[in-house]
Write a protein that binds this ligand. Structure first.
Ligand code: DQQ
Length: 529
């Protein structure tokens, strides 16, 4: 065990795992680190059938410092086996952290391209793996790019997207140009070691939109991820209607804002954007996503679910950060990305219950469905002007003896805590054009130190029809409303497990299927597998 070095390392390392395991808010079927801190997914890939998930990891405690690359493998994207730490800082360009990066197949040799941090600076580094991807050797050439582009006033410079294009490698490094906006610098190489700078692929406009807007582009783009939607290779010159997607996480001055993506066209040395979209309506709760194409041709994406509690609460809990469930990204008929959890997750479903068909009433607490590890799948029809609400993690005062003593609370027909997903089918021009999904966390927790901000975004409801999928994993919540994701966190204090449906106007529940979800980790895991 390493010595405690950071002022936030107030919990001894030997206590972290036990604290993390004892925390009722810790998810059970999402990937989490054994304890300590987890952030971005890195090097997500499938190699000879095995899925690899690397992640930003600080086993010293639940705070971001001197980041290592944790590593886990899976044969089904559901159950994960911890593997030895893949990268850790050493004297040289990554002495202060091995920051985010990707895995590529260099003619059969697994190769990582990542950001080495030294002091306040991050530079591109390379490490080469053993055939089983368990042992990694840093390239003697590190850093493989010695400095950001000369003569450009940058806000930051890190994170990588690397792909093979014909006979060469191409790489994007996330950055921002002061006074202009976020960008991704394009490079080319024959061997992943010597890189020629080409130029900015495309420069965003930080002056466009209000800095508080949910689609503000930020002043720096973290974790850029460029891919051709719907299959096909980048830059293969296929004509016409191909859509190239440029995903980035909008950052400003240390503030991790939200993931966005451009649709547009990558050709030659530049990217011509068409439209900007929000990637997940939860904003910072699905940050720094990274995706890959698996051996069956599916684009699979992971993101980092940040915490919504205070830094001190994270440190005390002994752990921080959740990896999203792997989600499939496809292009919908409107030319936007649509997402769904990978079907493999259905193997965790237990105790199936079906409810409906019926018209949703003003407030129906379900008697047959409850829990805090749930997979809920609903088919609904909303009349124009109606609203549907699904409450989860609900507790009514009468369940809690302490609250029941308070006559005002004990009489309250409203729950003491409840996290509510609302779908509004507003009437707009053209029918259902103003419909939305919204997460109301105003009653989520009696703990007023946790984030309870509202999250929302537009959803199309063709003919008023809605497919709603909600995965509740204790404090982790993933919602998919007709393919639009909204990811967030909730920290109820009363251990509430109730599920409630309610409607204003006419909402028909065609079918609700509910399952309890099994956990994927058997028990405590070593901090250093
Ligand atoms: N996290 C990493 C950076 C990246 C950021 C450091 C995004 O490489 O820019 O842990 O969350």
């Amino acid at each position: 065990m390493t010595e405690l070095t950071h002022p936030l390392a107030t919990v001894p390392q030997h206590e972290l795992v036990a604290r993390a395991e004892a925390d009722p808010h810790r998810p059970r079927f999402h990937f989490v680190s054994p304890a300590g801190w987890l952030n971005d997914p890195n090097g997500v890939s499938q190699w000879n059938g095995t899925y690899h998930l690397f992640y930003q990891y600080n086993p010293e405690g639940a705070f971001h410092h001197r980041i290592l690359w944790g590593h886990a493998t899976s044969t089904d994207l559901v159950n994960w086996a911890d593997q030895p730490v893949a990268l850790e800082p050493s004297a040289g360009p990554d002495a202060d952290g091995c920051w985010s990066g990707v895995l590529v197949d260099d003619g059969g040799t697994p190769t990582l391209v990542y950001s080495g941090r030294h002091g306040e600076r991050e530079l591109p580094c390379v490490a080469v793996g053993s055939p089983d991807l368990l042992n990694w050797t840093k390239a003697p050439e590190n850093p493989v790019i010695p400095a950001p582009p000369a003569g450009v006033d940058i806000t930051a410079y890190r994170d990588h997207c690397v792909w093979r294009e014909g006979p060469v490698w191409r790489q994007l490094v996330g950055s921002g140009i002061r006074g202009r906006g976020g960008t991704a610098f394009l490079y080319e190489s024959a061997d992943l070691r010597r890189w020629d700078y080409i130029g900015p692929l495309f420069i965003g406009d930080a002056a466009s939109g209000h800095p508080a807007a949910t689609d503000w582009q930020g002043t720096m783009w973290e974790c850029v991820d460029l891919f051709r939607a719907g299959g096909g290779a980048l830059g293969d010159g296929s004509p016409g209607d191909a859509t190239d997607v440029l995903v980035f996480s909008a950052w400003h001055d240390g503030d991790t804002r939200h993931p966005l993506y451009w649709t547009g066209r990558y050709a030659g040395d530049s990217y011509t954007p068409r439209d900007l979209h929000r990637l997940d309506y939860g904003g910072r709760y699905f940050y720094a996503p990274q995706s890959f194409v698996d051996e069956s041709g599916r684009r699979v994406m992971f993101g980092w679910l940040q915490e919504g509690r205070t830094d001190a609460a994270m440190v005390e809990a002994g752990w921080s950060g959740v990896m999203s469930l792997p989600r499939l990204a496809t292009l919908d008929p409107d030319g936007e990305l649509a997402f769904a959890p990978v079907p493999e997750l259905e193997s965790l479903r237990r105790d199936h219950v079906r409810v409906g068909p019926r018209t949703v009433g003003a407030s129906d607490v379900l008697t047959s469905v409850s829990g805090n590890q749930l997979d809920l799948e609903l088919e609904l029809e909303l009349e124009p002007g109606s609203f549907f609400r699904l409450g989860v993690l609900g507790s009514w005062p009468v369940q809690d003896p302490a609250l029941a003593q308070d006559p005002a609370l004990a009489q309250d027909p409203e729950p003491a805590e409840e996290t509510v997903i609302e779908i509004g089918c507003d009437v707009g021009t053209g029918g259902f054009s103003h419909s939305y999904v919204l997460l109301d966390r105003s009653r989520t927790s009696l703990d007023h130190t946790v984030d309870t901000g509202e999250k929302s975004g537009p959803v199309r409801l063709p003919g008023g029809k809605l497919h709603l999928r909600v995965l509740v994993d204790r404090s982790a919540l993933e919602v998919f409303a007709n393919g639009k994701p909204l990811t967030a966190r909730a920290y109820p204090t009363l251990g509430g497990q109730k599920v409630r449906l309610s409607a204003t106007g006419t909402v028909r529940l065609l079918q609700l299927d509910a399952w309890r979800m099994e956990g994927v980790f058997a028990g405590p895991r070593p901090l250093f597998p």
